[in-house]
Design a binder for this molecule. Structure first.
Ligand code: XMP
Length: 513
């Protein structure tokens, strides 16, 4: 990424909202990066402004997070949010204590000092969102009170003579009505940052960077049919054309007709793409395996073998391109310091086998998912391709519970196709974050005509989410469920019962395996 002149640094103290701060800043067309509070980047001088995030911790705790801000405070525009505000107060001679009154939820700002650029265009009484258990009792040296709420006296302050501002509320959450305006006032009016980080500018700069980075080198990329690898491919295609070799592997676990349809679409986009149908190889390797982790590992291993075989056919390939996006690379700050438990070992298409010795290029690694979509749209990519639901690398294998057979894959593909097509025709597809069908390892009794049947049961799952970390089941209309269930049972041979999954995550993960 270039545009060094316009970077904003967000120092993360582990708040669940840190990524939201970054997204709000970027919605203002300003580029920003998140770094852990204790790893202030060595090129911090190149950042035009700094934002301190919130945190689940207390500044008063024994394991408090206390970075040295002396190279930042007073030297460049600084906005401290929630824990950040408390830490700034603490760091600069103020006093932070446990609060006696409720400081969670909605509150209204009462401006103490009017005419401040920081609150320009925002009305007295504007709604803000609070979420903290400590409070700032005494402002730090040079602190000037800007606003209070009914329960929080020092809700916003600045440091006299500096572009340093602190707010106890969260400007990044939607409940803070004018949160985006606060960020805009700080970044544009106070820090004087230009709003020029647009999808078009990103494409232009990334393509230029890729051209100079890759020169005449050959690059191989594994397309998955998903948004990220497709947009990454398009950027590389613009930069190096035919030197980008795309490989689209059919693992036999894709949706119905997906391999053919998506391959044609890729060809229509002008990509140098090779479709490799390795369904039989995957199904053979999976035969008799019913443990979810074993299935994932097998698919990961076979994918690498197939991909490697294909990549070896390309002479002198030097780079492996991947569709890695920003949430995959943000280094997280753990409140406890310990690693988080592995719930599922995710296999993502395009993993780098050690022995390939290729250099890695990741053109999307600075972008959030919605930004990837906007970048794709600015390159006029097909909106259906860009709007596709996430689909797991191991595909239908983790939606067929237990062991796999070609017949089970066929049944699930048919069921899934009815469900997804209906979501589209009822205009529900774009309102759902992810949807799919699951083939259960149970048969149940039914009657069809005068015949007793003993056939498969399938579950339908549709969820709302922003990042897949948490998810709510979607309240699909009864008429839709009724029609879809009838259609599945009538059309798909081997299925006589349909159920709808009404579990949220946590505790129920999105995939059943
Ligand atoms: P869970 O089931 O963990 O899923 O709630 C969260 C998101 O991750 C996707 N998922 C996977 N994606 N390889 C992938 O590439 C995997 O092994 C895998 N397992 C789950 C899932 O579809 C959802 O979007």
């Amino acid at each position: 990424m270039c545009m060094q002149h316009n970077k904003v640094l967000i120092l993360d103290f582990g708040s669940q909202y840190t990524q939201l701060i970054a997204r709000r800043v970027r919605e203002l067309n300003i580029y920003c990066e998140i770094h852990p509070f204790n790893k202030i980047p060595s090129d911090s001088d190149s950042f035009r402004a700094v934002i301190l995030s919130g945190s689940p911790n207390s500044v008063r705790g024994e394991d408090a997070l206390h970075p040295d801000l002396s190279n930042i405070r007073g030297k460049k525009p600084l906005l401290a949010v929630c824990y950040g505000a408390q830490y700034l107060a603490h760091f600069s001679g103020g006093e932070v204590a446990a609060s006696n009154t409720r400081e969670y939820g909605r509150a209204n700002l009462d401006f103490i000092k009017t005419g401040e650029t920081f609150f320009e265009g925002i009305s007295q009484g504007t709604q803000v969102w609070m979420s903290h258990s400590d409070t700032i009792k005494e402002l730090p040296t040079g602190g000037v009170l800007l606003a209070s709420t009914e329960d929080v006296e020092n809700a916003a302050f600045k440091i006299e003579g500096e572009d340093t501002f602190a707010i106890q509320f969260h400007p990044e959450v939607y409940h803070t009505t004018d949160g985006k305006k606060v960020l805009e006032n700080f970044l544009v009016k106070i820090a004087d940052i230009e709003q020029d980080w647009t999808p078009n500018a990103f494409v232009e700069e990334t393509v230029a960077d890729l051209k100079s980075q890759l020169g005449n080198d050959k690059v191989v990329l594994g397309l998955s049919g998903g948004v990220d690898s497709s947009v990454a491919a398009m950027l590389l295609h613009k930069a190096i054309g035919e030197n980008l070799y795309c490989i689209f592997v059919n693992n036999g676990l894709l949706r119905k007709n997906e391999f053919q349809d998506v391959l044609m679409q890729y060809q229509g986009m002008g990509l140098n793409v090779k479709g490799v149908d390795a369904s039989a190889r995957f199904l053979d390797a999976l035969a008799g395996k019913s443990d979810p982790e074993q299935k994932r590992k097998t698919i990961g291993r076979v994918f690498i073998e197939v991909f490697d075989d294909e990549a070896n056919l390309i002479k002198d390939v030097k780079w492996l391109a991947q569709g890695t996006i920003y949430p995959d690379v943000i280094e997280s700050v753990s409140a406890t310091g310990g690693p988080s438990a592995t719930i599922k070992s995710h296999h993502n298409v395009g993993g780098l086998p050690d022995f390939m010795k290729l250099k890695v290029v990741e053109p999307l690694k600075a972008l959030f998912k919605d930004e990837v979509r906007r970048v794709g749209a600015s390159m006029h990519m097909d909106s259906q391709l860009l709007g596709r639901h996430p689909f797991p690398g191991p595909g239908l294998a983790i939606r067929i519970l237990g062991d796999l057979t070609a017949e089970k894959v066929r049944i699930l593909q048919e069921v899934d196709a009815v469900f997804i097509n209906n979501l589209r025709s009822w205009n529900l597809y774009d309102k759902v974050w992810q949807a799919g069908a699951i083939l259960l390892p149970v048969n149940s009794v039914g009657v069809m005509g005068d015949e007793r049947t003993y056939e498969k049961c399938v579950a339908l799952r549709a969820v709302e989410s922003t990042d897949g970390m948490t998810a709510d089941w979607v309240n699909l209309p009864y008429e839709f469920l009724q029609k879809t269930s009838n259609e599945i049972i009538n059309k798909v041979k081997g299925v006589n019962r349909v159920v709808y999954d009404i579990s949220s995550k946590p505790p129920a993960t999105i995939e059943w395996e």
